[in-house]
Design a protein. Structure first.
Length: 323
């Protein structure tokens, strides 16, 4: 194993007040967490995809013909791209950004497994998602899922910012109407009054009954974010967005999901398909394949008990960082 010299950097430290706010409300907005140059790197990458300068990710769109035609807002009608970190260096770097992991260590850590990446374009006239809970879709047990939403444009009420029902993260996950393979949450057999979720994520509140659950918490709250701000939110928290109603503004965001690395992940093929981003785990895990180093504790590296920090390198190699 090759020697890796430690790099000097300033860690982000979560305050007691931030920790309390997160646990009270279910979300935490960290202003300016990413430096301008890091935000611009992600934004430049997003533009390269949108304008067709990067094409190797085309197949990740749910609408496979999204790069066809001359009208960009029409070809991006799906407004999102799933799991680009598996195919692109910048996407992997963003998912494993050390400042994000600093915050995640405080909220769910110190062991962090990186699960998912999504790139949202939300051009004018597009986007929007009705009330939903992220753990409905991504299963972890124990349930430690958390989202991190990196704003690449200013996000406000006009162009489709996120809206939350503060405190609703104390709700259980409302189950699907029919049994679903791999579903690990409690259902109506375990919790009295736990009704199935009808049409979660549907923008129409008349058919999405999670709107009734969100209403229990009073007026929903829009979260205004500037480029480089990062919004962390609990996976039970009821949240939504609206369509971008502007004529000339995007609402681009890089949206990521993580869990504590000691959680079992039946979602998307189990733990060995997800990256151990920080700390250690007794479960299988993947290492970054596209050039991003991550800090792992010695217990995650078989045969190492030296007290050094191990750094996962591309291709599965490990390097030692003296602590």
């Amino acid at each position: 194993m090759s020697e890796v010299k430690p790099q000097e950097r300033i860690r982000y430290t979560v305050s007691v007040d931030q920790y309390v706010d997160y646990n009270k409300n279910g979300y935490l907005l960290v202003k300016g967490l990413l430096a301008k140059e890091d935000t611009e790197r992600l934004l430049s990458w997003t533009d390269d995809i949108y304008y067709g300068r990067v094409t190797e990710l085309d197949h990740l769109s749910r609408e496979h013909a999204w790069m066809r035609g001359t009208n960009k807002t029409e070809r991006l009608s799906s407004a999102r791209m799933h799991m680009p970190h598996l195919h692109n260096k910048t996407a992997e770097w963003g998912l494993l950004h050390p400042l994000l992991l600093d915050v995640l260590e405080a909220l769910i850590g110190p062991d962090v497994l990186a699960l998912q990446s999504m790139l949202f374009f939300n051009p004018p006239g597009k986007g929007g998602q009705g009330w939903h809970q992220d753990s409905f879709y991504i299963q972890t047990q124990p349930d430690s899922l958390i989202g991190a939403w990196i704003a690449l444009d200013r996000a406000d009420e006009s162009n489709g910012c996120l809206w939350f029902a503060p405190g609703s993260h104390h709700e259980p996950i409302y189950p699907p109407p029919e049994a679903r393979k791999g579903y690990v949450h409690a259902d109506e057999r375990h919790i009295q009054g736990l009704v199935p979720a009808s049409a979660p994520s549907n923008l129409d509140d008349s058919v999405n009954n999670l709107s009734e659950i969100a209403a229990k918490y009073g007026e929903s709250v829009p979260v205004i974010a500037e480029p480089g701000d990062v919004l962390f939110f609990h996976s039970h928290l009821l949240h939504r967005s609206y369509r971008n109603e502007t004529a000339d503004r995007f609402r681009r965001a890089y949206v990521l999901h993580y869990c504590n690395a000691r959680s079992w992940v039946p979602w998307s093929g189990s733990n060995e398909n997800h990256i151990l981003a920080r700390g250690r785990t007794h479960l299988p895990y993947a290492v970054p394949q596209l050039g991003t180093a991550v800090e792992l504790s010695p217990e995650s590296v078989p045969g190492d008990d030296s007290g050094s920090m191990m750094v996962a390198m591309p291709g599965g190699d490990m390097g030692k960082m003296e602590m």
